[in-house]
Design a protein around this ligand. Sequence first.
Ligand SMILES: Cc1ncc(C[n+]2csc(CCOP(=O)(O)OP(=O)(O)O)c2C)c(N)n1
Ligand code: SF4
Length: 287
Amino acid sequence: MATLQDFKTAEKSWWCPGCGDFGVLAAMQKALVAVGAEPSTTAIVAGIGCSGKLGNYINSYNIHVTHGRTLPAAMGMKLANRDLLVLAAGGDGDAYAIGMGHFMHALRRNVNVTYIVMDNHVYGLTKGQTSPTSESGFKTKTTPKGSIDRRVHPLMLAVSAGATFVAQGFSSWQPQLARLIQQGIEHPGFSLINVISPCVTYNKVNTYDWYKKTLTNLEDDPSYNPHSRTEALARLDATDELVCGLVYQEESVPYEDQVPGFREEPLIHQNWNVDPNTWNQILANFD
Ligand SMILES: Cc1ncc(C[n+]2csc(CCOP(=O)(O)OP(=O)(O)O)c2C)c(N)n1
Ligand code: SF4
């Protein structure tokens, strides 16, 4: 049984002291131990961004893919080898700007991948530009007079696009975040965990203190029903998505279990030999 230490690497962290991504990393490692995962069967697909460095700090298979392309790579990996526990991770720019097309289709496709978005409402790696989740009026070097765009609402988008598991955590609220990631991994289908992960260097508005004052915890409201799509949408709308906890979950059968004739065995273990007669018949179809 793997321990926390087994999921650590010797690599020195590249993040600024105080970055929220440290908390996301710690919670992911705790969740991996809690679900009984092993480094040899865990794979992380990370996007480009400060957040994408996370894969380097978790002992597992890790690919660092082109900006915005975590989900196609993660879904392909899962379909090729269902024995792997596949996690995708990246920033709000990676997910909701350049990666938005993939995000929307991953939600409705429901491949068994856990997607952790480290949402700091800004582009960190490229030194502080406005992101799709930045508030209107947010001032950066790309929007010196304040952003005039309305912000993207990832949780509402996910719930309305057909997601089967949607949650939001806060990097400082470790026990809850680790539990939400664990629940996401255990969910049979695509799970989105949007994590509020403050950027202490380029976002001086949405700080730890700001979130502690404004976030509400859905778990404090026993009347909230996370299995009702309409209730989830109403709550998200009323709170401008400033909530933490399990937002929505429904019963789900993952995509890969529904593809007709799709064999469960990993591709690398399947026998791909074709006898000469069958091969000649296949070739004849191309005449
Ligand atoms: C195709 C492509 N377009 C743009 C970039 C430049 N770029 C790198 S990271 C990034 C955004 C980073 O913000 P986010 O995804 O929110 O991650 P963070 O650094 O905040 O964790 C951009 C625009 C790139 N590397 N590749
Ligand atoms: S720039 Fe921001 S997001 Fe990037 S490592 Fe520093 S604090 Fe974290």
